[in-house]
Ligand binder design. Structure first.
Ligand SMILES: Nc1ncnc2c1ncn2[C@@H]1O[C@H](COP(=O)(O)OP(=O)(O)OP(=O)(O)O)[C@@H](O)[C@H]1O
Ligand SMILES: [Zn+2]
Length: 470
């Protein structure tokens, strides 16, 4: 059986043949850390987490690189708006991204390089490209000459003559308006790094070419990102890297968007739902199910109803597992997933079809429980855990038990205990307020805060959460 993947570049599904037998290298364009993540961002991380888990299940040694864009126009603008250093904004949001990936069970990347840690590599790439006539410096900027690279726009299947490229701010001195900036001249007060062409900062595209080369070499297997990155970002990466002499990525995989009223969920459009908010309302494992189980190339239109459906569907899976564990004590995951599940995953990561096998297995398992057929129920439970493990959705995995995601796990139990203790204390505080003993009420609140709890008064009554939004 061979894994087949849709390759944006070939515009069709192709057999996946790795460059080095037994190994797979993946580069995923990661976050621009200007703001905390919305669910569209984690969908991208999650889709590629599932790809990675499937390749690992198939026996490949996977190297997974996901970069952090820690300098860019939007970060600089935000820094000016908030009067905070650009790096403080970047670090805080990088932590927010990492805790969101972690909350949703995405495995940490093998390497997670930041753009600003790779300025020398970028300078070297520009030097070579200028020397070979693919790039030129103008007024402190360095541009890539798109006419110098014959296959420009092959990925997005566009004609250069039809391309109308809006001029970027401050991008002066271009020979052709379609040339793109690899490096941007410093403006007063902005962060900058010295180069042979003057002080400035990297354009977005250059960092990925430089970092992919450094961590994965001149050729690697799969390059991923959201579908919005096909043009211009990925076209520009290809132009830089190939003109530099790299073969670069052999397959291009792009995840579809999470949309709201049909529009891409986006920080800049202001229609985003933050992961940190979502995990207050929905169990992270349910969010993972919701964002990770539609096919990676189908759009997810955000909606409460579909979230509730995901919650119900997941509860069915979890309910069966819980019952079979109650019956058998322990159910270890099977060594192999059912063939139909594997075939679905090999067919361009057909998670929806694979999930149909999951639900069939649950139905069969429930029937076996009803018929008191313990062996069959346990066998189905074991297969189920193997399949859920590949999708990162096994509620019995220790990973989920700490945050209440487990099937009746310890996290759930502890949460319940804390909830009831906090209610008790809050009733005391309310009683103190009613008798106008504000000093006692405030003392109770302070005490709760010192225990690491934040209390929020809402119209529906007081709510608590762990300090730090955990
Ligand atoms: N709504 C979305 N649905 C799916 N993937 C998304 C969505 N928004 C961003 N991504 C993907 O997340 C990854 C990180 O994106 P990046 O930080 O560059 O955000 P962005 O596209 O600038 O987001 P925004 O539009 O919210 O500013 C990229 O691969 C991007 O394609
Ligand atoms: Zn990139």
């Amino acid at each position: 059986m061979t894994l087949r993947l849709y390759d944006t570049s070939a515009r069709q599904i192709r057999d996946f043949v790795p460059l080095v037998p037994g190994c797979v290298s993946i580069y995923l364009c990661g976050a621009t850390v200007q703001a905390p993540p919305h669910i569209g961002h984690v969908r991208s991380g999650l889709n590629f987490d599932i790809m990675r888990r499937w390749l690992t299940y198939r026996g490949f040694d996977v190297t997974f690189v996901r970069n952090v864009t820690d300098i860019d126009d939007k970060i600089i603008a935000k820094s000016a708006d908030l009067g905070r250093p650009w790096w403080a904004i970047g670090y805080a949001n990088e932590r927010a991204f990492n805790s969101a990936y972690d909350a949703l069970g995405c495995l940490p990347p093998t390497n997670e390089p930041r753009a600003t840690g790779h300025i020398p590599e970028m300078i070297e790439m520009m030097r070579v490209l200028i020397e070979r006539g693919h790039a030129y410096a103008a007024e402190g900027n360095v541009y890539f000459a798109v006419r110098s690279y014959e296959d420009y726009l092959a990925l997005s299947n566009q004609e250069l003559d039809n391309l109308r490229q809006p001029e970027g701010e401050g991008e002066t001195g271009k020979r052709d308006p379609r040339d793109f900036a690899m490096w941007k001249a410093a403006r007063p007060g902005e962060p900058s790094w010295e180069t042979p062409w003057g002080p400035g900062r990297p354009g977005w595209h250059l960092e990925c070419s430089a970092m992919a080369h450094k961590y994965l070499g001149g050729a690697f297997d799969i390059h991923g990102g959201g579908v919005d990155l096909v043009f211009p970002h990925h076209e520009n990466e290809i132009a830089q890297s190939r003109a530099y002499g790299d073969e670069f990525a052999r397959y291009w995989a792009h995840n579809a968007w999470v949309t709201m009223s049909g529009e891409k969920m986006s920080k800049s459009l202001g229609n985003s739902v933050l992961v940190a908010e979502m995990v207050k309302q929905w169990r992270p494992i349910v969010l993972r199910y919701y964002l990770g189980t539609p096919h990676y190339r189908s759009t997810i239109e955000y909606g409460e109803e579909s979230l509730r459906e995901a919650e119900t569907a997941f509860a069915r899976i979890e309910g069966f597992l819980q019952r079979v564990v109650e019956l058998a004590g322990e159910v270890a995951p099977a060594a192999e997933v059912p063939t139909a599940f594997a075939e679905a995953m090999d067919d361009d990561l057909g998670v929806p079809q694979a999930l149909a096998v999951v639900h069939t297995t649950v139905r069969q398992g429930n029937s076996a429980l009803t018929a008191d057929d313990k062996d069959t129920a346990v066998a189905r439970g074991a297969e189920l855990r193997a399949m859920l493990g590949v999708l990162g959705l096994d509620p019995l995995d220790a990973r989920w038990s700490a945050d209440g995601g487990g099937a009746g796990g310890r996290g759930d139990a502890l949460h319940g205990v804390v909830d009831s203790l906090v209610s008790l204390v809050l009733e005391q505080r309310q009683a103190a307020r009613e008798r106008k003993d504000y000093a006692a009420a405030d003392a109770i609140r302070d005490r709760l805060q010192r225990s690491g709890l934040v209390i929020e008064d809402t119209p529906a009554g007081p709510r608590w959460e762990l300090d730090g939004g955990a």
